[in-house]
Design a protein around this ligand. Structure first.
Ligand code: NAD
Length: 391
């Protein structure tokens, strides 16, 4: 339903535009009515593209109630917009509609979106990439990677349970006792920890493994067993470093044995900027129990299982191997709410109470997440990639 286009005009001179996501299967939206209400109260004018929230079950009239104006077309939405909010990275066609000086904030997938980023540079658009928000305490409320990984981890556990032919909890019934299912989580970062917590709530026995030994304490605190390998592969900034070839063999043996005894395996292992490590080989899948399920959260970055096909479910040796794309979109309502709150927090850092936006972004969080500004790609690795493609 279209709302009446009578949204309040902002008082701080800033116009926020919320895009309707175009990527197939993307159900999320970058702002939700609760956050829009806070924006309008703070003096922003907010425009929302018609049906932007429909996929996440936020109808237009709720945005109108929050003080937003619903705009039917993109050109009208973006005309005069100061700040554009999105979930998925903008395409070159989107960027072509942004005027010089417009600020766009969302996931930018820097390495995978070079033509659009080069165009933002040429059109002097300012882009902040949420992937680049540093993982420091002060930035936690803006950490969209974490909020969306939380949604993804939850959805992965539910998907695994739904495809498993067993009960997850132990049951004591008149028909006898049912043993609980065993769920194995490989990679205990944000998504993995949420998958552990969810599988535990469903009553499963949960085991988990991560190359970072520090993850052990968090895994145990959720009531799961942490598989120990005599290796510590914590690298810079809390992320994993790559293992040596000998370490990889040891890891493989221990992981394979755990995979073979699991009913559901959820894999989330990734190393930023690289192909996901293969943790489950074809041979290991052949050792698994018939009816077992693998949910490979790393499907989009190459997969943690050798047999995973991104966006597909395949059956091999009686094992269901699911390679989901965009799991957070399956819990679009709450994933959008969390994402929108992340953006609200980011905006409170970017825009002064009087509506002023600095010309240069010296704050550590803003500077780190600034991808493109004033005709320059500010994120060096992305700039190098663009220059590499265009000597
Ligand atoms: P991620 O998505 O980059 O990777 C998921 C997990 O896979 C990580 O825990 C990683 O150690 C693990 N992994 C990589 N290679 C593996 C392998 N071969 N076998 C098993 N596991 C493997 O991780 P993430 O969820 O983004 O979190 C990365 C780190 O950042 C974690 O230490 C997390 O606690 C930390 N973090 C800090 C903050 C903060 O302080 N604000 C916020 C979020 C995350």
């Amino acid at each position: 339903m279209m709302g009446t286009p009578t949204g309040a005009t902002g008082t701080n001179g800033i116009v926020i535009a919320v895009l309707k996501e175009q990527v197939p299967g993307e159900q999320r939206v970058a702002a939700v009515p609760e956050v829009v209400k806070n924006f309008t109260k703070a003096g922003y004018e907010v425009r929302v593209e018609h049906d932007a929230g429909a996929g996440a079950f936020y109808p237009d009239d709720l945005f109108v109630a929050g003080g937003a104006k619903i705009v039917p077309g993109r050109a009208e939405l973006l005309d005069g917009a100061t700040i554009v909010l999105c979930v998925q990275p903008p395409t070159p066609a989107d960027v072509g509609m942004l005027a010089e000086g417009t600020i766009i904030i969302g996931f930018m997938n820097p390495a995978g979106n070079l033509p659009a980023i080069a165009l933002m540079r040429d059109r002097k658009v300012t882009a902040f990439a949420l992937e680049l928000v540093p993982r420091i305490t002060r930035a936690q409320s803006m950490d969209a990677l974490s909020s969306q990984a939380t949604a993804g981890g939850y959805a992965a556990a539910i998907l695994g349970a739904d495809n498993c032919p067993k009960f997850l909890p132990m049951l004591t019934t008149a028909a006898g006792t049912i043993r609980p299912a065993t769920v194995l989580i490989l990679g205990a970062g944000v998504a993995g920890l949420m998958a552990i917590a969810t599988a535990r709530r469903l009553g499963a026995m949960v085991e988990a493994y991560d190359v970072r030994r520090a993850a052990g304490e968090q895994v145990r605190s959720l009531g799961a067993k942490f598989l120990e390998l005599e290796i510590d592969a914590e690298g810079e900034g809390g992320y994993a470093r790559e293992l040596t070839p000998e370490e990889k063999v040891k890891e493989q043996e221990m992981v394979s044995a755990a995979v073979a005894r699991a009913d559901i395996v959820i894999t989330t292992a990734s190393i930023p900027g690289r192909r996901a490590p293969v943790l489950i080989t074809r041979e290991t899948v052949a050792r698994m129990r018939p009816g077992a399920v693998i949910v490979d959260l790393a499907a989009e970055s190459g997969g943690n299982c050798e047999l995973t096909r991104s966006g597909k479910t395949v059956w091999e040796h009686g094992v269901t191997i699911i390679g989901p794309q965009n799991l957070p979109a399956r819990v679009a309502f709450h994933a959008s709410q969390m994402y929108a709150r992340n953006l609200q927090s980011f905006l409170s850092l970017l825009v002064g109470k009087d509506g002023s936006i600095p010309r240069e972004f010296t704050d550590e969080i803003l500077a780190a997440s600034l991808l493109v500004h004033a005709g320059v790609v500010r994120h060096k690795p992305t700039d190098d990639l663009i220059r590499g493609g265009k000597p």
